[in-house]
Design a protein around this ligand. Sequence first.
Ligand code: NAD
Length: 436
Amino acid sequence: MKNICVIGVGYVGLVTGTCFADLGNGVTCVDISEERIDNLNKGVMPIYEPGLEEMVRRNINAGRLRFTTAYAEGLKDAEFAFIAVGTPEGVDGEADLQYVRQAAITIARTMTDPLIIVNKSTVPVGTGDWVADIIRQNQPKPIPFAVVSCPEFLREGSAITDFMNPHRTVLGSLDRNAANKVADLHLPLRAPIVVTDLRTAEMIKYASNAFLATKISFINEIANICEALGADIKEVAAGMGYDARIGKQFLDAGLGYGGSCFPKDVKALAYMASVQGKHPQLLQVVMDINADQRQQVVSKVRALLDNDLNDKLIGLLGLAFKPNTDDMRDAPALEIARRLQIAGAKVRAYDPVAMGVAAKMMPNVSLAEDAYELATGCDALVVITEWNEFKHLDLRRIKQVMRGNVLVDGRNLYEPRIMHEYGFVYRGVGRGYNGK
Ligand code: NAD
């Protein structure tokens, strides 16, 4: 058992802290948000993540997991401090490091014993060295410490499973002894451990996310060509995916990538490259294709409604950037709703879990209780998120309660031929047979 402090109790920090506690460690999670910590101490989760609430409760009851706003309490007796604060997009596409900087300063001023500082946040290459400088400059008196990069690869919606079953653990440090101690913490996860230097570890995270984003933009480009030539992207992707060199994952054509990681991480990597005088052409195209996917959905709706969205009622099926999360950061729904509204449409939406978050982020969008209420009176529906509960809707009933018959499927959830039989004017993304 080790004592661990986790700083930042968001999607990554809360899952990291809870999973380390579940593995038998003593974990204190620290956040600057009093509301978040008060709620957690009352058992109210700040985020939706399958299985998390039960795991948090179990580990609190076992005395292994605590929440506080006080760094001193978190760092007391801690051998490791994991930084898991946000690194959102800055004004020019760079990663905004203000939260990392503030966390590092507070650690430096509060620590009383030697400490291994482990950076879990996704940070630009060179940030580990910068954090070490901040710690040195802000310690009232020198206390030994080491900085280790340990980027996180979990996905929202399956965060606990991903954390507990990683494909690999990446550790970067100039201090091999510290890296080995962090490696020991991860041994129960039984994944290959890659130990490298700080900068390489930081780059592995960006390169991984940029590669996955590239795969998504690639398949979307192929989907657009399929659409023009009458081929079916779902079958193309399936046929490609059997090739082990290509793999089946991340070949789903649709609205493109969104959420709190891929958009900002691809931008931040392109920014890092540009600052170094490089010309990140591929990354730029990946971002351009992604932006186009969102626009194209709106164009399809408009074209199918006689190029006039004025006073049309459009229903959005799903809001979260992907299923099983309530995360709305950079969700395609935000831009699609805005574009529809600019064109004069009224927008209504339904999402199984993201409506609380959406109500704050999309005040001009009305919210429905379920998919059937959503569809009632709509001129067109747009599938935004591929939630399981949308896969088996009573589509005849949906069609009956609508005013119109247009369904634009941004996630290729439905079969064009069947939708045509139900009487919909249906458009997926890159489907050869569109029910015409
Ligand atoms: P988040 O916004 O959900 O949580 C960040 C938390 O940090 C918030 O609760 C905030 O109050 C807290 N915080 C900010 N400044 C603080 C400070 N000085 N001291 C203590 N707490 C502070 O962020 P997230 O989605 O968990 O992402 C965290 C990092 O992990 C980011 O760098 C992100 O890119 C990376 N990451 C995220 C995911 C994901 O799926 N969300 C996956 C892998 C990596």
